[in-house]
Design a protein around this ligand. Sequence first.
Ligand code: NAD
Ligand code: MG
Length: 271
Amino acid sequence: TADPQVTTGAMAFRGKNAVVTGGAGGIGLQVARQLLVAGAGKVAIIDIQDNLEEFVKLRAAHPTQSVMIIKMDVANKKGVEATYEEIKKTFGSIDIVVNVAGIFNDKDVQRTLLVNLGGIINSSLSALQYMSKEHGGNGGIVVNMSSVVGLDPMFIIPVYGATKAGIISFTRCLGNDKFYQRSGIRFATVCPGATMTDMFTNFTEKIIFPETSDETYKILDRLSKQSVTDVARCILNVLEKEKNGAVYVIEGKRIIPIDMKPHWTGKEPAL
Ligand code: NAD
Ligand code: MG
């Protein structure tokens, strides 16, 4: 029984070219796969890891489409810029970017900031450069991966949560229509709830407050985790939404638009 909210037309992305960061595994791999199934012409996967077995399968399943694999650390700003230049040259144009790459390790603050928040910033700014109508691109859409814990603080994972909150703020800024008018690029943030992936491997070894580890075990146990397939399907659904700057929770196979109410009463209307 198809849910109309998450059923993307089989050829909805026909001829579109996409970039997916973190596409070697978990949610990102599923996004890349579903984009190909939905007709994307060319898909580039940027990831720090290989996943040769899955990449061989992807190519075999989509022989008439292009799958480009680039091994790159999204924290490496110069490297990400060079990667986009290469993709643009090879693909001709980029229409869609889904920034999924991320890690969980609250014990490594520097790395968490540089990969989760820095990586999203590096890739989004490169996307602006290579997709903007101002620079000869066609415009398009960038979807950035946050989390429900970027909206609702979860006390056991403050460092990770801070990067995810930062991603929402950054992406909402770029999703301002003043930028859109120049670039033709829409920005959206997605905030999935817990999802079954490798991110939960050795989780309690990577939290900073050992006294919360018992509680962490219990919480992890209780969490109902969604599948990467369902989350990826919801992300494709977001790619088809018109609204610029929107924030969506992904939970229970559906996307829930979040009303981000203003709090700063003295803010100039022009801002
Ligand atoms: P995952 O570990 O299965 O996948 C993450 C992918 O990102 C991997 O392929 C990894 O190699 C890649 N990656 C990691 N560091 C990188 C770097 N520096 N440069 C390039 N690629 C890098 O985990 P996942 O659960 O699929 O996570 C994907 C994204 O979804 C993350 O941003 C995560 O924070 C977010 N998220 C996950 C959940 C969840 O419950 N799993 C919930 C909400 C949001
Ligand atoms: Mg992933």
